[in-house]
Design a binder for this molecule. Structure first.
Ligand SMILES: Nc1ncnc2c1ncn2[C@@H]1O[C@H](COP(=O)(O)OP(=O)(O)OP(=O)(O)O)[C@@H](O)[C@H]1O
Length: 567
């Protein structure tokens, strides 16, 4: 937050200066009131006229200063909120895939929406209010000292007494604001889940169940808000009672001093005005402090997001894949307990074609994730042309590898932009990838060809069409290493066959395919089939070699074929 305030230091300075000027000007009203009262009591009409004119002019100038202050403080709030959002966003973008996946996406959304709102309401605005009122408070105290040191000393004593309010409520408010932030995050997760799973909810008629779940989360969020507000109300009420007690006591002391002839009526009026200039800001300060203290955990949460630093994969070496990628004795577990990969040894040679096959859950996708630098906590080593993956610059590594998953993400934009990903390419490059990916087979059926919108996450097009666009997107970048993680599973058999066939014929491409399709003609074209079982590579070789003898792969191969025929 300090850096954000530094970025806005000029605006902050102007706001503070204006705040000081308007606050002092506000305090000076008591002096004017004293003069008016004393002039009225003296019966001097001409002096009275002059003081009225001066007062009106004074109030106009005060109004103008207040207006400019108000505009500056609002601009400052906008700037801080904008910078805070940007900082959090930058922090999220800096994350590597492994760390990004550790946090639920709804938590990120909640940080941008709920948490930033909590900071705006509980930190930025109260801080500005605090600043302005602190100046009024100090100004009033100084004038009070000049007019009546006894009352000033008494009010200082009251101020010390009022400091107990933030001390009593600060910690409790922090806990409750933290809880509120977490409950809002859980509610956001639920909402996101419902919107993403809308089709399932409708198809399986589970609206009522989901409604109950939503109501529970909604209730919990509202309860958390109310608990925080209740404590805030207690804190505000105590501040108010103490403030009024101070005001009354000051007034009674003033009244006593007038009875014993120590002060004039004008001074008493000034004292009354000053007491409210002293007590009201004091009350506001005491009410703002718990707000500011309360949002500390939320501020810390946002700080954690924005100050994120990558700790794994911090290598800077330029990755090279001219010859091979080698995995040696790789073992890996997601939860530190159960091993998903066990002692994997594998060499991927440049421009060769590999198919990874095996039963569902045997670790195929996990192996790909490790090879492409998504997870760091594995045993063994992965090297690119001899350099350990941990020493490589992962951003540059990502530029070498394209991975197409079964569920590809489509931006809500045209087919063309989803292929180009906002870069530019030549017409020849475009035509080539449209041909290889099979996009050209359906592009004429869309309303505006390549300019047709795919809709939110590709909702206007079919799953197979999405995958073909994803293949075109990967190919146009001309990356040397393409991974299809069941990347053609949503495409019909004939088209999937044609696409894979064309990819297998690309000489300058290293292809690694995870597939459940046991098509002899296609599998025969691969240089190596890697068969996995329970996290281990059990057999490798060309299709005919593996089928030529009794092997685990052979049994798997015919089993899948039987299952496919049965379907
Ligand atoms: N992010 C994750 N956190 C925890 N466990 C995971 C995670 N991803 C996968 N797993 C577990 O790791 C094991 C291997 O999963 P993986 O996705 O690698 O299998 P797969 O062979 O690709 O399966 P499929 O063919 O069904 O896609 C499974 O038991 C799975 O439940």
């Amino acid at each position: 937050m300090g850096s954000i305030l530094k970025q806005n230091k000029l605006l902050l300075l102007i706001t503070i200066v204006l705040s000081i000027i308007s606050s002092i000007a506000y305090v000076y009203i008591s002096i004017i009131l004293k003069n008016v009262t004393d002039i009225a009591l003296s019966g001097d009409l001409s002096a009275f006229k002059i003081v009225v004119i001066k007062s009106v002019l004074y109030l106009i100038i005060l109004g103008l200063i207040s207006y400019i202050y108000s505009i500056c403080s609002k601009r400052l709030v906008c700037n801080i909120v904008q910078a805070l959002r940007k900082k959090v966003f930058d922090g999220i973008l800096r994350r590597n895939k492994e760390d990004f996946a550790r946090v639920n996406t709804a938590d990120y959304i909640s940080a941008f929406t709920n948490d930033i709102k909590l900071i705006e309401e509980g930190w930025i605005l109260p801080l500005l209010t605090l600043l302005q009122n602190a100046v009024i408070f100090i100004g009033a105290l100084v004038v009070l000292f000049i007019i009546s040191p006894i009352i000033a000393l008494f009010l200082i004593g009251c101020f010390v007494l009022m400091l107990i309010v933030p001390a009593i409520f600060g910690k409790g408010l922090q806990d409750r604001q933290d809880r509120l932030s977490k409950q809002l995050s859980i509610l956001t997760t639920k909402i996101k889940d419902v919107l993403s799973g809308y089709e399932v909810i409708k198809s399986y008629n589970i609206g009522r169940h989901i409604q109950t779940q939503f109501n529970d989360k909604n209730n919990e969020a509202v309860t958390a808000r109310f608990r925080a507000d209740k404590l805030m109300a207690a804190s505000e009420s105590l501040s108010e009672i103490l403030a009024y007690l101070t005001l009354f006591s000051g007034f009674f002391i003033g009244a006593y001093l007038i009875i014993v002839g120590k002060i004039s009526a004008g001074t008493l009026l000034a004292l009354i005005q000053l007491s409210s200039s002293f007590v009201n800001p004091l009350m506001i300060i005491m009410q703002s402090l718990p707000h500011i203290q309360g949002v500390k955990p939320v501020l810390k949460r946002l700080d954690d997001f924005s100050n994120y630093e990558v700790t794994s994969f911090i290598g800077t070496h330029e990755p090279s894949f001219e010859k091979y990628i080698k995995a040696e004795n790789i073992s890996f577990s997601y939860n530190g307990d159960q091993k998903v990969l066990v002692d994997i040894n594998l060499t991927i040679k440049r421009n060769k074609k590999y198919a990874i096959v095996g039963h569902s859950g045997c670790g195929k996708s996990t192996l790909i994730k490790l090879l492409t630098g998504c997870y760091s906590g594995f045993q063994g080593s992965i090297t690119y042309d001899g350099t350990n993956i941990c020493e490589l610059d992962t951003e540059k590594l990502n530029k070498m590898i394209a991975v197409i998953h079964q569920n590809v993400y489509m931006f809500d934009d045209s087919i063309k932009e989803n292929i180009y990903l906002y870069e530019s390419f030549s017409q020849n490059e475009l035509e080539h990838v449209l041909e290889v990916s099979g996009v050209n087979k359906f592009i004429n059926l869309t309303p505006n060809g390549l300019e047709s919108s795919v809709g939110e996450n590709g909702s206007n097009i079919s799953g197979g069409q999405r995958q073909r666009i994803a293949i075109a997107r990967a190919l146009i970048q001309n990356k040397p290493f393409l991974i299809l993680d069941e990347g053609t599973a949503a495409i019909d058999m004939q088209n999937a066959y044609d696409i894979e066939n064309r990819l297998l014929k690309l000489k300058d491409l290293t292809l690694l395919t995870i597939t459940h399709n046991m098509n002899n003609d296609i599998l025969r074209m691969y240089d190596e089939i890697i068969y996995m079982e329970n996290g281990k590579i059990v057999e490798t070789g060309r299709l005919d070699e593996l089928l030529s003898h009794d092997s685990s792969f052979q049994r798997f191969f015919y089993l899948v074929k039987e299952e496919t025929v049965a379907l």
